[in-house]
Design a protein around this ligand. Structure first.
Ligand SMILES: *Cc1c(COP(=O)(O)O)cnc(C)c1O
Ligand code: SF4
Length: 343
């Protein structure tokens, strides 16, 4: 309790870092977004979501990577709320993975040897296809004061070798909060690996600041960073610099993408993404079939089409640039690979 309140106090005294200012300054109005990218509002079927229902949120430096005047831009499509979100589609549910019932105090233990912490509900941007867009974070995200309790529970589970920080986006936490969390986790001897699932290195690379690099470098845990990038155009020079800094501090870099209609569901896009990730020192890890969350049906690709895309990609690029095409099935002991045998 006392260490958590110290971190909170330090946070409120410290001047806002540039990434925190960029977050605060993120665009939240559809009109402003469309004006910035030079897209006429009559050329897209946009809607303005209600404030309390997964609002639009996108940092300005991410908007700067969109093509001007293109209503079909693959970055714009990931963040623009459209009318199709309002349709009910059978089979698309608020919590298709049934995570809410599996989570205990912000910790999800679905898989062997790994445990996942829901650290925060905050994200650097709001992805319209997000599988956690209806997740009740406020009820379940990990409060700063619960860190010691998580470490205590992990000490009783020596089979857990790897702890995964997820969210929301764990890098939304301040360096002070992360340092507190990571040092508490490091005190669990049986824990070997710290994995961070984050969209920050791609969306707001200035988050990878000197303070964060130092925390990661100092930790005795092996560090794995799983970025979330869906399109080659998301990776600019600032992103490459941030990822280079992360590899220089010894982190293993992997990427997960979601297969999305209108964004990356063609062999050319996936090929360009693989090569661009490699430019940034990242290997493609997972390509996820969309989780069937309410309001996201318009992004879905059929399994046969997804399988044939991966088969096509495999003929074009080195094997290490082919991600594993997977789907998450509730109750399974791992992500489930999709076969390519339809062909
Ligand atoms: C995906 C996931 C993991 C990690 O799975 P890997 O296959 O090791 O990448 C762990 N816990 C939960 C709840 C997950 O959804
Ligand atoms: S960054 Fe991840 S958790 Fe956050 S909205 Fe996007 S997909 Fe969802």
């Amino acid at each position: 309790m006392s260490s958590a309140s110290t971190a909170t106090l330090a946070d409120s005294i410290a001047p806002a870092e540039s990434w925190q200012r960029a977050l605060r300054d993120a665009v939240t109005s559809v009109g402003e977004l469309l004006e910035m990218v030079g897209v006429d509002s009559t050329d897209v079927d946009w809607v303005q979501p209600a404030r309390n229902d997964f609002p639009l949120r996108v940092p300005r430096s991410y908007i700067a990577r969109m093509r001007r005047g293109d209503p079909c831009d693959p970055l714009l499509r990931q963040v623009l709320p459209v009318e199709a979100e309002l349709y009910d589609t059978p089979g698309f549910l608020p919590d298709p993975l049934q995570e809410v019932s599996l989570s205990r105090g912000g910790m999800l233990e679905k898989y062997a040897a790994r445990a996942l912490l829901i650290t925060t509900g905050a994200c650097p941007l709001h992805c319209r296809y997000c599988f956690r867009r209806h997740y009740p974070y406020h009820a379940d995200a990990l409060p700063g004061s619960a860190t010691a309790e998580v470490a205590r529970r992990l000490r009783g589970q020596p089979a857990v070798r790897e702890i995964i920080l997820s969210g929301g986006d764990p890098l939304s936490l301040s360096n002070a909060r992360l340092e507190n969390l990571i040092s508490e986790l490091s005190s669990v001897d049986t824990l070997k690996t710290l994995r961070i699932h984050s969209r920050f290195p791609i969306v707001l690379p200035e988050r990878i600041d000197a303070g964060l690099l130092e925390i990661l470098q100092r930790s005795r845990l092996r560090i794995v960073i799983v970025t979330h990038c869906n399109h080659a155009n998301e990776i600019d020079e600032a992103v490459i610099a941030a990822l280079t800094a992360l590899s220089e501090c010894g982190a293993t870099l992997l990427n997960q993408s979601v297969l999305l209609r209108g964004v990356n569901a063609d062999a050319d896009s996936l090929e360009a993404l693989g090569y661009r990730l490699f430019d940034a020192g990242i290997l493609p890890y997972y390509l996820h079939q969309l989780d069937r969350v309410s309001g996201t049906a318009h992004f879905e690709i059929e399994d046969v089409e997804a399988s044939s895309l991966i088969a096509a990609l495999r003929q074009r690029v080195p094997g290490y640039l082919v991600p594993r095409l997977v789907r998450e099935i509730p109750g399974e002991l791992s992500k489930t690979p999709l076969a390519e045998s339809h062909l």
